[in-house]
Design a binder for this molecule. Structure first.
Ligand code: SAJ
Length: 422
C-alpha cells in the first residue's frame, strides 16, 4: 500500500501502529508533542520498551518510510492514538481533551477525501457527539467529503506487534462509507478478521470488553468475602463450580489495577449513571479490596494483642499484575498506603520496579511479623519465599494472589482459600 499516513501520538499504540503501516509500504509521519521522542525517532531510536519494535522502527526509518515531526502534515489518512485519562472529579468520566486537541491539530491540514481514525479508548458516543461536530465545523461533510471512524486497539503490552497483526479488529465508521475507507486502510497489515460496525458500537464494545472482566473479578472478590464470613474455602468453591461447562468464575485478589479494567467501566457509568448500576457496584467492590485485605491484617494482629505500630510487615509487589513494571492504579500500592496509614512499619519489595528492588531481600524480612503477597510475580511463586522466611520474627504469609505453596517449609501460609483462619 502506498498511502500517506499521519499518526498523532507516539506511545505504546501509536508508535507500533506507525511502524506497521511503514513496513507495509505506507509513507508514515509520526507526530508527537515531545521533541525528545521526535528527535529519537528520526534517528531510528525508540523511547518505549516493546519486543521487536526497535528493529521495526530502525528499518522503517532507514528505508525512508517513517519519519517524525511535532505537527501533522497533509496525508491520506490520520490516526489519533493519544491517551484518554479520566476526569479527576469523582465521576471518572472519559477526559477527551487530548483526543480533541489531536483532532484540532489535524483540521488545518485535512483535505477532501481524507480518512480520520480515532484509536484511543473513548466513551460511547464520543465520535458522534464531539469528533464529527468538530470536523463538520471545519467545513467538511462526514461520510461525503471526509471519512471518520473509531478503530479501538486491543493489544497486550509485550505482545503488541504480534497482536496488531493477528487480533480481530473492530472498525466502526460514522457511515458505511467511513467504515469501508477505514477497512481498506487497516487491511494494509491486519491479518485478523475485520469486524465492521458503527462508531458508537465500536466505542462501547471496547469499553465492555474490559468491563466484562472487571465485573467478573468483582464477583470472585465478593465470593471471597462471603466465604471469609462463612468459613468456607472459596478457592475450592471456584475450582468445583468451574467444573460446570458454562461457568468460569475468575480469581479473587487484592483488587483490580492497570489503565484499562480500572478505568474503562467508569466511561460507561459516567454516560449512564442511573442505569449502569452493576458496572458501578463492581468497581466499588474491586476498589474496596485493599481495605478488606488490610482489615484481615488488623484482625490477625488484634487477635494476638499486637498493635499496628509494634508490627513489621513485608509487602511483596507493587505493580498491578505479575511480571510487569506497571504501577498504574495498582491495588498493591493502595494496600501498602492503607497499612502505613494504620501505623504498621512496612518494608516494600518488588524485583520488577527499580525503586523497590533490593540486592539483599532477606534483610527486609529480618524481624518481620507478616509477609503479604500483593502481586503475582514469578519471584514469589511456589517455594520461592522459603529462603527469606527464616529471617522473620513470626514466619506468617498472607498470600492475596494464591501463588505461594501452602506447604512452604518454615512458614504458616494463608490465602483467599483458608483466609478465614487468618
Ligand atoms: N485480575 C484479578 N483476577 C482475575 C484476573 C485479573 O484480580 O481473575 C486483576 C489483575 O491482577 C490486574 C487486573 O485484574 O490487577 C487487570 O489485569 P488483566 O490482565 O485482566 O488486564 P490488563 O489491564 O493488563 O489488559 C486488559 C486486557 N483486556 C481484557 O482481557 C478484556 C487486554 O486485552 C486489553 O488490551 C487491555 O486491557 C486494554 O488496553 O484495554
Amino acid at each position: 500500500m502506498d498511502k500517506r499516513v499521519c499518526v498523532v501520538g507516539c506511545g505504546y499504540i501509536g508508535l507500533p501502529t506507525s511502524a506497521m503501516f511503514a513496513s507495509s509500504g505506507c509513507d508514515v509521519l509520526a507526530v508527537d508533542l515531545s521533541e525528545r521522542v521526535v528527535d529519537n525517532l528520526n534517528a531510528g531510536r525508540i523511547t518505549i520498551e516493546e519486543p521487536g519494535l526497535a528493529e521495526l522502527v530502525a528499518d522503517a526509518v532507514a528505508a525512508g518510510k517513517l519519519r517524525a515531526a511535532l505537527a501533522p502534515e497533509p496525508a491520506d489518512a490520520f490516526i489519533i492514538a493519544v491517551p484518554t485519562p479520566f476526569v479527576d472529579d469523582g465521576s471518572r468520566a472519559c477526559d477527551l481533551s487530548y483526543v480533541m486537541a489531536a483532532v484540532e491539530s489535524v483540521l488545518p491540514v485535512l483535505e477532501e477525501g481524507n480518512l480520520l481514525v480515532v484509536e484511543s479508548t473513548i466513551a460511547p458516543r464520543s465520535i458522534d457527539d464531539f469528533v464529527v461536530p468538530a470536523v463538520e465545523a471545519a467545513g467538511f461533510r462526514v461520510g461525503e467529503s471526509v471519512f471518520v471512524a473509531h478503530c479501538p486497539e486491543r493489544v497486550l503490552p509485550g505482545k503488541i506487534i504480534y497482536e496488531l497483526v493477528n487480533n480481530n479488529r473492530i472498525i466502526g465508521g460514522v457511515t458505511p462509507a467511513c467504515t469501508a475507507a477505514a477497512t481498506e486502510l487497516y487491511r494494509a497489515f491486519v491479518a485478523g478478521e475485520i469486524l465492521q460496525t458503527e462508531a458508537k458500537v465500536a466505542e462501547l464494545s471496547k469499553c465492555m470488553e474490559n468491563t466484562f472482566r472487571d465485573v467478573n473479578i468483582a464477583l470472585a472478590n465478593e465470593l471471597a468475602m462471603v466465604c471469609d464470613k462463612l468459613d468456607i474455602d472459596c478457592l475450592e468453591v471456584i475450582r468445583l463450580a468451574n467444573k460446570h461447562p458454562r461457568v468460569n468464575l475468575h480469581t479473587p485478589g487484592p483488587g483490580v489495577g492497570g489503565h484499562c479494567l480500572a478505568i474503562d467501566p467508569y466511561f460507561i457509568c459516567a454516560k449512564a449513571p442511573e442505569t449502569a448500576r452493576l458496572i458501578k457496584l463492581a468497581r466499588d467492590i474491586n476498589c474496596g479490596m485493599p481495605e478488606f485485605v488490610c482489615g484481615k491484617v488488623d484482625a490477625h494482629f488484634a487477635a494476638r494483642g499486637i498493635a499496628p505500630r509494634s508490627a513489621k510487615v513485608v509487602a511483596l509487589g507493587v505493580t498491578y499484575k505479575g511480571n510487569i513494571d506497571d504501577c498504574r492504579q495498582s491495588p498493591a500500592m493502595d494496600a501498602i498506603a492503607l497499612l502505613e496509614e494504620r501505623g504498621y512499619s512496612v518494608a516494600v519489595f518488588d524485583p520488577h520496579v527499580e525503586q523497590y528492588g533490593c540486592s539483599d531481600p532477606k534483610a527486609l524480612f529480618e524481624g518481620a511479623d507478616l509477609a503479604i503477597v500483593l502481586t503475582d510475580h514469578n519471584e514469589f511463586k511456589g517455594d520461592a519465599l522459603g529462603e527469606f522466611v527464616t529471617a522473620m520474627r513470626t514466619p506468617v504469609i498472607y498470600d492475596t494472589r494464591n501463588i505461594v505453596s501452602a506447604e512452604l517449609a518454615g512458614a504458616q501460609v494463608y490465602n483467599f482459600g483458608n483466609g478465614y483462619e487468618f
